[in-house]
Design a protein around this ligand. Structure first.
Ligand code: XMP
Length: 517
């Protein structure tokens, strides 16, 4: 396994994902991780990330000396390379020619790291790489034992290597997709140079997790709030494989779910896989409490609170439960560690169970804590979950509660459920579901006039939303084909009760958010 020491780069997670894509396990830890921990981790190689600092500032983060004493390969990227060069006796200086963005790097000196990896070749036979640079400082003098292995216009020393000690540095970022050969460079480092053999595959992850879960849980009973979303579904499947009958899931139908969601969850988990699932129908309770509440944040909080009450009551009826399982995944762990709260691990708020473990004295079980979303999906498929479930669009915890603008009513929820199902069905039919990141319908409690046959209708509006995004922080509206939109509109007006008009949302994020509330 590989250790990534984080100096604060915005790309740190990307490095980890690239290494995992090469089927090699890695973990991210802060650059001041204690020496004893680094030794205990026993990495087969170490990657030093970039970072926002200059090596020249006071208290610039240092690479722990142990990194160079373990006898394992080291790859420093950007700041990581500069810090390595400086600490091993080279020189770093502010660059007069700052490079941000695309550059071409000439590979030199036949290093083990870059040998035969190239995008183009010069007439003289040198390899050229298309790379992504972002730096103000640059290495100006080599430490002893190192050769120049790449150069760009702005950085004559854009890559350094000591094949003997297997220490390498790159000024450019191999982890970003703009560096077209980046994945190959990372695979060369973790594979050939560090000798990691690519065993981090779905079936090995499952085997490894099953063993750990069994060790951790023993003969205890475990409780899981199953939402029908990807993460909690994969946790359910994994725990079922690991501990079978010791797992009990609670599925709360709050009346704000998608069409047939409860039936699907029961079919997949209870009937098909034999997982014990308690299906709680709490629709009336939620809708009664939500009556008259129009403010989005109040609705969110109220839905969360009722969920906790319902879940709590169910859990109270079970005997001997010691663990609460959660679908926390690696990006959540990195983010909450990054936020340096200093507090106990944050519970993912959208799982709606904040506060439970303390009150109920349950220990947290988080079997997906070290996995990225794509790995979670891979093991979900390997565990036999249906593809549609594993690749489902995200669905907010408060569900249709934030997609019915203003007051939530059952008749609105029913109309919205139907409209949403039609939209999704047609997207799948046009094979566009997997091309958009998130798509859904929104209920607008505004009446507009329509005509059907000879009759006049005065009914509600449905808005359709479809966006494309990688991180959900920014998003573009999808340019869906007119024929699809027309078909969806026609079907919604004909098939969903009380709707006389359909509109399409063409707002980007920012300034609009993805959800309407
Ligand atoms: P916004 O609307 O903020 O949404 O652009 C970004 C992503 O977050 C989801 N979302 C939520 N998820 N509880 C959740 O679990 C919430 O209250 C919530 N609000 C928004 C939204 O669906 C989108 O994927």
């Amino acid at each position: 396994r590989i250790l990534i020491l984080d100096f604060g780069s915005q790309y740190t997670q990307l490095i980890a994902r690239r290494i995992r894509q090469a089927n090699v396990y890695c973990e991210i830890h802060p650059c001041d991780w204690p020496t004893a921990e680094i030794e205990a981790f026993a990495p087969m190689g170490i990657v030093l990330t970039g970072g926002p600092e200059s090596v020249h500032v006071d208290n610039a983060p240092r690479i722990p000396d142990i990194v160079f004493q373990l006898g394992v390969p080291v790859l420093g990227i950007c700041y990581g390379m500069q810090a390595m060069a400086r600490q091993l006796g080279g020189q770093v200086e502010p660059s007069a020619y700052k490079e941000f963005g695309y550059a071409q790097a000439r590979a030199r000196g036949h290093s083990r790291l870059l040998r035969n990896i190239e995008d183009h070749t010069t007439p003289e036979g040198y390899g050229l790489l298309d790379v992504w640079m972002s730096h103000g400082d640059r290495v100006a003098g080599l430490p002893e034992g190192f050769k120049v292995i790449a150069s760009t216009l702005g950085a004559p020393i854009a890559g350094i290597g000591d094949d003997e000690r297997r220490f390498y540095g790159l000024q450019f970022h191999p982890e970003v997709t703009h560096t077209t050969q980046g994945q190959r460079i990372i695979e060369r480092f973790v594979g050939e140079i560090c000798g990691c053999s690519g065993q981090w595959t779905a079936s090995n992850i499952i085997e490894h997790s099953v063993t750990r879960i069994r060790e951790e849980v023993g003969t205890d009973q475990v409780l899981l709030g199953l939402s029908g979303g990807v993460d909690s579904s994969v946790v359910a499947a994994l725990l079922h494989q690991a501990i079978g009958e010791q797992l009990t899931c609670v599925f709360v139908d709050n009346g704000l779910l998608r069409l047939n969601e409860g039936a699907q969850v029961m079919a997949t988990f209870a009937r098909h896989m034999g997982v014990r699932v308690i299906h709680v129908n709490a629709e009336e309770r939620f809708l009664t409490r939500l009556a008259g509440v129009v403010d989005p944040e109040r609705k969110r909080k109220l839905i969360g609170r009722i969920f906790i009450d319902v879940f709590d009551e169910q859990a109270g009826k079970l005997d001997g439960v010691k663990w609460l399982a959660q679908g926390t995944i690696y990006p959540d762990v990195i983010e909450s560690a990054g936020a340096k709260t200093g507090k106990a691990r944050l519970i993912k708020s959208h799982h709606n169970v904040g506060g439970l473990p303390e009150r109920m004295n349950l220990r947290l079980l988080e079997p997906l804590r070290s996995l990225f979303k794509d790995e979670v999906r891979c093991i979900g498929l390997e565990l036999g979950l249906p593809t549609e479930l594993v690749y489902r669009h995200p669905f907010p915890g408060p569900g249709l509660g934030v997609r019915i603008l203003g007051e939530v009513r059952k008749e609105y929820a029913d109309a919205l459920r139907r409209a949403d199902a039609i939209f999704i069905e047609e997207l799948r039919h046009y094979e566009l579901y997997d091309r958009v990141s998130q798509a859904f319908a929104v209920f607008l409690p505004v009446k507009t006039v329509g005509v059907t046959g000879d009759g006049r209708r005065y009914e509600y509006v449905i808005a359709l939303r479809a966006v494309e995004t990688t991180d959900f922080m920014t998003a573009q509206w999808s340019h869906l084909p007119y024929e699809l939109l027309e078909e969806v509109s026609r079907r919604i007006i004909n098939e969903a009760e009380g709707i006389s008009r359909v509109v399409y949302d063409i707002s980007g994020k920012p300034p609009a958010t993805i959800e309407w509330e």
